[in-house]
Design a protein around this ligand. Structure first.
Ligand code: NAI
Ligand code: A1CAB
Length: 268
């Protein structure tokens, strides 16, 4: 069968996309080719999903619809150096490499449409958030195809490329911050006498429920906070402590620091 979709780098993020693209029948498994130098990874991906696998990145470039670059940013240059990119092509190159700018991607893939993407790890369960920015040769039709592919793993928003490092600092890295918050809340529950499994269940469901409430009602977070805080009650006592410890500014600075790190990665 003709290869329609190619994946270079079958790691955590590549697999998340792969699994959903197949499950939602965007491309059939036998029309997908994955390249990865790791033999255990190739064996796992072909056995689990029925996709074709190779060690040769160049073979993936023959995909007719789209190619997803899901390698670490640090190996972008050697991977590109190993490809022959002398033919014009309509195949969309989608890159999820943190901090790798469109200019660098378009220098490498100069004769085909390029779309820079920043997804996040909840993509693994279809609850991801991806932002995309198209390069010079990416038409609205190419962007629509990229959106269709990314919609399999969650919500998609189009932004100017100048915003993608900030997206990386917020939603790209954000699952790490939220995981830390969940773990710390569960630790607090244990410190207050709850068994660990119950503390963890309460922490996870509280974060999930609060996010769902905000999303479904469109309520401002400040209004929700006001709803929870009874005068002289428990929540305002907890919030006063968080404010004293600088939780808001810690999170603001976390997003800014991660954004700056994405910019640094782009200069390497
Ligand atoms: N993990 C995350 O939360 C997010 C990651 N990203 C980006 O996604 C990209 C991939 O990240 P992960 O999936 O977490 O990494 P990963 O380490 O799980 O996957 C990378 C894969 O690339 C393979 N690989 C190594 N050398 C290769 C080569 N020469 N040719 C082809 N494949 C090769 C590895 O064997 C591995 O399976 C990174 O660029 C990262 O910046 C973007 C958004 C979120
Ligand atoms: O930490 C990183 O560099 C990648 C990009 C966004 C999430 N993980």
């Amino acid at each position: 069968m003709t290869i329609q979709f190619g994946l270079i780098g079958g790691g955590v993020m590549g697999e998340a996309l792969l699994a959903r693209i197949i499950a939602q029948q965007v491309y059939p498994a036998n029309a997908i080719l994955v390249s990865d130098p790791s033999a255990p990874r190739r064996a796992y991906l072909t056995q689990t999903y029925g996709v074709n696998v190779t060690t040769d990145n160049q073979q993936v470039m023959a995909a007719t619809k789209a190619i997803l670059l899901a390698i670490k940013p640090q190996i972008f240059a050697p991977v590109v150096a190993g490809l022959q990119l002398d033919q014009p092509s309509e195949t969309i190159v989608m890159s999820i490499l943190a901090g790798t700018p469109l200019q660098q991607l378009e220098t490498a893939f100069s004769q085909q449409p390029v779309v820079r993407v920043m997804p996040n790890t909840p993509a693994q369960v279809g609850a991801g958030m991806s932002a995309i920015a198209g390069g010079k040769l990416a038409t609205p039709a190419h962007l629509a195809t990229a959106k269709q592919i990314l919609a399999t793993v969650g919500a998609v928003v189009e932004v100017p490329e100048s915003m993608l490092d900030a997206v990386t600092g917020l939603s790209g890295s954000g699952p790490g911050y939220v995981a830390l918050i969940v773990e710390a809340m569960a630790d607090g529950g244990v410190a207050a006498g709850l068994p660990r499994p119950i503390a963890m269940q309460l922490a996870i469901q509280t974060v999930l429920g609060t996010a769902t409430l905000l999303q479904e009602t469109g309520m401002h977070p400040g209004q929700l906070k006001d709803q929870v805080t009874s005068p002289g009650g428990t929540t305002i006592a907890g919030i006063a402590h968080l404010e004293q410890q600088g939780m808001r500014s810690a999170l603001i600075e976390a997003v800014r620091t991660a954004t700056n790190r994405a910019k640094e990665l782009g200069k390497q």
